[in-house]
Structure formats: C-alpha cells, structure tokens
Design a protein around this ligand. Structure first.
Ligand code: PLP
Length: 383
C-alpha cells in the first residue's frame, strides 16, 4: 500500500476564508495528532522526541506536549520555546552536536539531561557543564536511500565513538548512541544497517564493562511528496524487527526516535499564485511558471530539487504540458524545479492559484526575513 495525502476540508475552508492572502500556508494540527498516534502505535517501547526544528509553531509544540511527546531541540532558543509551552525539561534532548559551552551550561541549568556529541571538543563541554547527564555519541551514517542525506557534517566513525564513549563513562556521563539515516528516507532497511553498527559498538563497550543506556534512532521517516512512500506501520515493524535482531533480547533501557518531517510535513497545505507564465524559446516546449513563493519564502528544501512537493490546480482534465517552476525574487537561484518533470495546464494564466501539498516541514522558519522585500511565509494554524 502506498500513501496519499489530500488538502483537508478544514484547510479548504481556511483558504476560502482568506481569499486575498497569498502565499498562505495552512497547518492542520489534526493531521499532526494522527501522525503522532500512528507512530506511537508503530514503535512500541520507543519514546517519540519531536524534532522541533521541523516546525516550531507554538500551537503545534503545545499540542504535542499535551499528547505526551518529548522533544529533540537544537538550541537554547528551541529549549526555551518548549519550556514556554509546558514541556518539562526531562522530556527534552539537546540533539545538536555543535553547541557553545554557554549553551550547554544554560541547558543544564534549565534541567536538560540528554545531550548529543560527536567529538572530544563537545565531550569536554558536557563533562564540564552537564555532569552526570546522558551523553549520546552520534555515529556517521551514509544517508543512502534518503532524499536529504544529512551525512558528513554530523557524527563520527564507530572507532572514534568507542573511545569517546569510554571517556564519557570514565567521567561519570551515562553513555548512549545516536544516528540519523538521512531525512526523507525511502528505505526502512536503513535503520537495520545503522543498528548493526550500534550492536558492534555496544559489544565493544560491554567488553570494557560500559553499558549503553540509550539508543536514539534519529529522524528520517518520510512525508508524502511526489514519490510513493510506505506507510509508517511498515517502517515501524521493520525497525522493531531490526531492534530485536541487533540489540535483543536485552534492549537498552532508553530508546528514542526523533521524527520531524513525518509528523508535520503532510499537515501543511500551501496556496500560492502564478505571477508570470513565460516561454523562453520557440523550440523548447517548457513554459517557465513564476510563483509568488519560492526558495527564499520557505521552500528552501527545493535546493537541488531534493524535496518535490505535489502541485495541484483547480479543475480536472485540463490538458497539460511541461513547466519549470520558479520563485518571485530577482535571484537566479530561486528556481524550484527545472529537471524534475512537472506538468501544468496549458491554459494556466497569471493570477491563477496553485496548491502545494505537504509543506508543513522545514518551511515556516526557513523563509528569509525580507529578501527582495518579500515578507516571511504567512501561516495559519488550525488547532
Ligand atoms: C538531530 C536530529 N534529529 C532529528 C531530525 C529530524 O529529521 P527528520 O525531519 O528527517 O525526521 C533532525 C533533522 O535535521 C536532526 O538534526
């Protein structure tokens, strides 16, 4: 079975109630609630830490606090946002491997007890400022099978992780391991490959009498874009089987997952407007369709055409032809899709409204504060 998303009735009513606002992103929290409940059911025994960076809207974070979610945070700013809407500090995990010493000190003062690290330099900050905390070392992942790989910048090789974790334990920190299989990961087997590495590392640490207290399965669960994806319960059963195979029967005391995209992407529908339709040559059948939304107004993940939003028009059965989609700024980087095959109606005109689906993740905070004089992305939240 493959997944489909639609613009919800509530989102349609919201667009109708605000005819003059464009571009407008409408985030339906009912969709987030459903995704959260589906994930909790799919991953028994694994605690969900929502990756706040995917969409930090206060109403959304507050709803997840009420549902019982925990939170992966990337900065003191995100910690304060979570605390402000009632998340207790023991439900936060400081998952950024790049932190100023001051940020660690402040997080510890605020009561945060879980920290990611992947280098000696970061470990020293944890030893100095977050004594006794759960320190989990992020290991490198190749990111194969993911649309947005997150490889290279974060994590270290397992032999480095081994030395760092032994050092962490010697300093009284509680050792854990994390990985991220790459965002928008199409292949559930990616977790099995990473867990095989974790299992080897766990055995090496055990040989030195050091027990892993936490395994963090990271993010990577997909949203519903142009490509077909498998439903979350299939990811769940594959991941649970991999956990048992690699780390069973005595699983580490704490296991967590940090979904961002999966929880919020499909909750966002974006309505935008066609500003210009242009033909560049008599021989190229592609039309250039310029929208009032683009790379700098929230859709940064179109970079390298990695994340491919579904685009809808009103009215069925209109003959279509190929298009290049671009944003409204005077910057030549502001192109959404030039190589991926997008087709739009041949009678498309300036002023027509289009809808982009699954824009709820990595959009609201990615918009610039005023590049070319365009305002940040306009957002409505349906609670
Ligand atoms: C540490 C960490 N955890 C979780 C996530 C969420 O990843 P995803 O949106 O693919 O679920 C990210 C995303 O960058 C991350 O950096």
């Amino acid at each position: 079975m493959l997944c489909r998303v639609t613009i919800t009735e509530r989102q349609r009513s919201c667009f109708a109630a605000h005819p003059d606002r464009s571009p407008l992103l409408v985030v339906d929290l009912d969709v987030v609630r459903q995704r959260y409940e589906d994930l909790v059911a799919a991953l028994p025994g694994v605690t969900v830490f929502y990756a706040v960076k995917a969409n930090p809207l206060p109403e959304l974070v507050s709803m997840l606090v009420e549902l019982g979610s925990s939170f992966d945070v990337a900065s003191i700013g995100e910690i304060e946002q979570c605390l402000a809407v009632g998340a207790p500090p023991e439900r936060l995990s400081f998952g950024n491997t790049v932190k100023k010493a001051d940020a660690v000190r402040r997080a510890a003062e605020l009561g945060v007890t879980r920290y990611a690290f992947d280098s000696e330099c970061e470990l020293e900050k944890l030893v100095a400022h977050a004594p006794g905390s759960l320190a989990f070392c992020r290991i490198l992942c190749d990111g194969f099978g993911a649309a947005w790989p997150l490889s290279r910048k974060f994590g270290c090789a397992p032999d480095v992780a081994r030395e760092l974790l032994l050092e962490a334990a010697r300093h009284g920190l509680r050792p854990g391991v994390s990985f991220h299989v790459g965002s928008q990961q199409f292949d559930p087997a990616a977790w099995d490959r990473a867990l095989a590495t974790v299992a080897d590392l766990r055995a090496e640490l055990l040989a030195e009498d050091v027990e892993l207290e936490l395994v963090n399965l990271g993010g990577g669960l997909p949203g519903t874009y142009l490509e077909a994806i498998r439903p979350v319960d299939e990811y769940g059963s594959d991941i649970v089987a991999a956990l048992r195979r690699r780390l069973g029967p005595d699983l580490p005391p704490e296991m967590l997952v940090e979904p961002g995209r999966y929880l919020v992407a499909d909750a966002g529908a974006l309505r935008c407007e066609v500003v210009t339709v242009a033909r560049k040559s008599t021989t190229d059948e592609h039309r250039w369709v310029y929208l009032d939304v683009g790379m700098f107004s929230g859709l940064a993940e179109v970079m390298d055409e990695a994340i491919r939003y579904r685009v809808l028009t009103d009215g069925a059965d209109r003959p279509t032809g190929p298009v290049v989609l671009a944003g409204p700024t005077c910057d030549s980087a502001d192109i959404l899709y030039e190589t991926v095959d997008y087709q739009l109606p041949l009678d498309l005109r300036a002023g027509e409204r289009l809808y982009l689906q699954s824009v709820g993740a990595y959009s609201t905070t990615y918009s610039t504060i005023g590049f070319n004089g365009f305002p940040p992305l306009d957002v409505e939240v349906l609670g």
